[in-house]
Design a protein around this ligand. Structure first.
Ligand SMILES: CC(C)(COP(=O)(O)OP(=O)(O)OC[C@H]1O[C@@H](n2cnc3c(N)ncnc32)[C@H](O)[C@@H]1OP(=O)(O)O)[C@@H](O)C(=O)NCCC(=O)NCCS
Length: 220
């Protein structure tokens, strides 16, 4: 089957509607994902049939014009907004059921999730050293990625973290704490190296109402 998709989509893992064959691939990918319970996908979203999509008893939503590449894994209670993309081999796993899932993942609009990013809203418990870790259960905590965030390749986002709007997370970062809006954060553990608001914004830029300057000293 994999060979068939590869032939039809001309080797592209990033979704494209360029040719009829590619449109057929993404039509099939959407139908396949929708055939599973708890999955809602906007008709304009592109989901590759080789992405692993399953609500796992929760609720999984993919918004308008968003794209899920071949090899991506998106499972459990996950909401992806509009115009967002999840690239090859990124893994997103949310936990729990509505109305109050303890480990939901919420991805905003215009979010870019690069290849090999890991976003898993749970950790193993390991308090008792006398028992195997796998028998001690899981600790869930929600993960929120606000609008217009770019997460670089291979970054890991830990359970319980919120990444503020407009932020950039460097390749390979391990994000263990909340990141304020419009930050650039890199490293292990991720540290904010600068604010995007510290440089003069383009002419006509208006700060969104919900945003507060991260550094009032340097923010115009
Ligand atoms: C985070 C990023 C956007 C920063 O770009 P930038 O603002 O141009 O930053 P600079 O290159 O000027 O680097 C600033 C500092 O951060 C460090 N740095 C940059 N990226 C880093 C990373 N991913 N991890 C650790 N440190 C990093 C630099 O070494 C530099 O440190 P120094 O001041 O001690 O010399 C970029 O480096 C990055 O990681 N991009 C992701 C690329 C990617 O994943 N592409 C594929 C998917 S689309």
């Amino acid at each position: 089957m994999s060979l068939l998709w590869n032939w039809l989509d001309e080797g592209r893992s990033a979704p494209s509607r360029a040719t009829r064959r590619q449109r057929l691939v993404y039509w099939f990918g959407r139908r396949l994902a929708l055939s599973r319970g708890g999955v809602e996908i906007h008709p304009t979203a592109l989901v590759h049939p080789e992405a692993r999509i399953s609500a796992r008893g929760g609720r999984l939503r993919i918004g308008a014009r968003s794209t899920i590449a071949a090899g991506a894994i998106v499972q459990g209670t996950v909401t992806i907004g509009d115009d967002s993309s999840v690239q090859a081999y990124a893994v997103l796993v949310g936990y729990g059921k509505e109305p109050s899932p303890p480990g939901a993942i919420t991805i905003g609009h215009f979010v870019r999730i690069a290849p090999h990013v890991m976003i898993i809203a749970a950790q193993h418990r390991f308090d008792d050293p006398t028992r195997p870790i796998h028998g001690q259960g899981m600790k869930h905590a929600p993960i929120t990625i606000e609008d217009d965030v770019w997460i670089g390749g291979g970054a890991h986002i830990m359970a319980g973290v919120r990444i503020g709007r407009g932020s950039v997370i460097g390749a390979g970062a391990v994000v263990t704490k909340d990141i304020p809006p419009f930050s650039v954060a890199v490293g292990v553990p991720a540290r904010v190296i600068r604010s995007r608001l510290a440089t003069p914004p383009f002419p006509g830029y208006k700060e969104p109402d919900v945003m507060k300057p991260i550094n009032p000293e340097t923010t115009p």
